[in-house]
Ligand binder design. Structure first.
Ligand code: FNR
Length: 388
């Protein structure tokens, strides 16, 4: 991983005399364009779209552009270090694969292809509750590679407890609890396209293999898939949860609990009070609340509340290396990457995910050095100026 930017640049430019006929994109917008060409309307807008008028999605991107880097000179940046530390472990890079469900609608490689790409680059894979492939299969594919499990907190406590138990036995090392999805948002494009993948049996792999879920069905999901899907719609979310329920999770797992979807500093305070081991500042990539604060704009206030007591990660809007630098300079310990990896998956399966991650890390490495910094861990707000 050391100086990956120089290596990648060299590899690419060395093909100048002998161009690769199957060249994949480099430009982020071209990955998105290629994904658009490969997918039909339903799946494409499910991935690229968000809540309401996409104001939160836009705010996420704008927030990054408000901060400007003030690069430093003459600071010996020959060797750079992209590693970061989380929960007492050192990770080779500061990026993680965001939990993303239903990857089977994007490419046949699906979650297993993304997991393999992550394994190869040493990027932790966060397996979604809503993956098409059950968590045990993802774990098997990754072997010893770093993997976390993301929990959608079902209104059936037996299912929630069972998911936690399965994740721990399968070798996942942390639980990401997504708090911002007690129900699905008003997503205009999905409603327009009349498209919800779960109703077609995609993204329900963890549920259909779960003993607690299946015990409530009259017939097995194989014998009566439609009834199983209908039951899934009844138990998926839980709008009754309150902060006191965090104790239930702690009773059912010994793994670190990381709360995803924190935007308000008061919720960061509550997360600390209720014993969260980490938080992810996120608005779900603008897929839940329209008109929300851009996630990067929420970060400084939350870092201020947390005061380094637990790790703070962030996602929603990471597209290029400079975005990672800005997030980490404002106090994030690591970032999650979402849609860019899914455009890579749509364009070229496992190879596409790998290439998008390699390019992102290369861009990060070069931009870090050019900003006069040697280590992502040493970044602080003095590198930035807010452009108002
Ligand atoms: C998501 N995200 C998500 N989050 C989660 O906790 N569980 C999930 O199953 C999913 N599924 C999912 C599907 C798709 C198609 C997308 C695009 C996103 C949200 C994801 O983890 C992350 O918060 C966002 O993707 C970050 O925003 P950007 O970088 O994609 O804009």
């Amino acid at each position: 991983m050391k100086n990956i930017g120089n290596k990648t640049q060299y590899e690419i430019y060395m093909t100048m005399q002998n161009p690769d006929p199957d060249r994949l994109p480099v430009v982020y917008e071209e990955w998105e364009q290629l994904a658009r060409e490969k997918m039909t309307d339903g799946p494409y807008y499910y991935v690229a779209g968000g809540a309401g008028g996409h104001h939160t999605m836009n705010a996420n991107l704008k927030a990054f552009n408000k901060w400007k880097i003030m690069q430093r000179m003459l600071r010996n940046v020959e060797d750079r270090d992209l590693s970061t530390e989380l929960f007492g472990r050192t990770y080779p890079t500061p990026i993680l694969h965001a939990p993303i469900g239903v990857q089977s609608i994007i490419h046949p490689d699906g979650e297993l292809g993304s997991a393999r790409a992550c394994k190869e680059l040493g990027v932790p894979f966060i397996a979604s509750s809503a993956s098409t492939v059950p968590m045990e299969k993802v774990a098997e594919e990754m072997g010893e590679a770093e993997k976390w499990f993301q929990l959608y907190w079902s209104n059936d406590p037996d299912v929630t407890a069972s998911f936690l138990k399965r994740a721990e036995s399968a070798g996942f090392s942390a639980i990401v609890v997504t708090l911002d999805t007690p129900m699905m948002a008003w997503r205009e494009y999905d409603l327009k396209n009349v498209y919800l993948p779960f109703l077609a049996g995609e993204g329900v792999g963890n549920y259909f293999t779960d003993p607690a879920f299946c015990s409530k069905l009259e017939k097995s999901p194989a014998d009566d898939p439609q009834a199983a899907i209908m039951h899934w719609t009844q138990v998926f979310g839980n709008a009754r949860l309150t902060w006191d329920d965090i104790a239930f999770l702690k009773e059912h797992t010994s793994l670190p609990i990381i709360l995803k979807g924190i935007i308000h500093p008061d919720d960061a305070k509550l997360a600390l009070e209720h014993g969260a081991d980490g938080i992810i500042v996120s608005n779900h990539g603008g897929r839940q609340v329209d008109g929300a604060l851009g996630a990067l704009d929420a970060l400084p206030g939350i870092v201020d509340v947390i005061q380094g007591k637990i790790p703070v990660l962030m996602d929603s809007g990471i597209r290029r290396g400079s975005d990672i630098i800005k997030a980490m300079a404002l106090g994030a310990d690591a970032v999650l990457v979402g849609r860019p990896l899914m455009y890579g998956l749509a364009a070229a399966g496992e190879t596409g995910v790998k290439e998008v991650m390699r390019n992102l890390l290369s861009d990060l490495d070069l931009t870090l050095g050019l900003a006069g910094e040697k280590s992502v861990r040493d970044l602080d707000p003095s590198l930035l100026k807010k452009d108002v």
